[in-house]
Design a protein around this ligand. Structure first.
Ligand SMILES: [Fe+2]
Ligand SMILES: [Fe+2]
Length: 195
């Protein structure tokens, strides 16, 4: 179960359904960033040896998603161009406390929150695009399950480093912050914006 503190209205997907090329380019960037985030932990925290295997697998899976979306862009003749990132991720990370080990806990919970929100919204897109663009609806549908697993992995790994009760309590705060960030996001197309 995703522990998001707010629910996206399904009308959000309808408003985004007219922006499939934009969404696909964004999705490719997001998958690449997700892989990079996992690799980042592996390099920054080599002493937590048990992070290495699962996060390597996660990074590989995100790169597979990246390649899948890249192929979709190519099939449709859409150029994989740079995009100005949505403010979501930077604003979300404002909740991260400076000193260790709090920093690591907060960062992992932010990654969990991103995976959870992405999962929720990709599911809405897969439903909203049915009958309008079944091919892309299917693509999103195929990605949803992994994002839910990635969310759980970040939470589970955090609970191996920190007291599970501490993780649970902090998760409530991070998810509340996430809900505030998403509720005040710009009105623009994109996975982490407001419709
Ligand atoms: Fe992914
Ligand atoms: Fe993911």
């Amino acid at each position: 179960m995703l522990r998001l503190a707010s629910e996206t209205d399904p009308s959000w997907a309808d408003a985004n359904a007219d922006h499939v090329p934009y969404l696909l380019i964004e999705q490719a960037h997001l998958e690449k960033k997700a892989a990079s985030a996992a690799l980042g932990y592996m390099f920054r925290y080599p002493d937590h040896v048990f992070l290495q295997g699962p996060l390597s697998e996660l990074a590989r899976e995100e790169l597979e998603h990246f390649e899948l979306v890249l192929q979709k862009l190519e099939d449709r003749g859409i150029e994989f161009v740079r995009q100005k990132p949505a403010p979501y991720a930077a604003r979300l990370l404002e909740v991260v406390r400076g000193p260790q080990p709090d920093k690591l806990l907060d960062q992992m919970l932010c990654n969990a929150a991103v995976e959870a929100r992405s999962c929720e919204r990709m599911l809405l897109l897969s439903r909203g695009l049915r009958g309008r663009d079944d091919d892309v609806a299917e693509l999103y549908h195929g990605l949803v399950g992994s994002e839910a697993r990635h969310y759980e992995l970040y939470v589970d790994l955090a609970k191996r480093i920190f007291d599970p009760d501490v993780v649970e309590a902090r998760m409530v705060e991070v998810m509340r912050h996430e809900a505030d960030v998403i509720a005040t996001a710009p009105r623009a197309p994109g996975l982490h914006n407001r419709a």
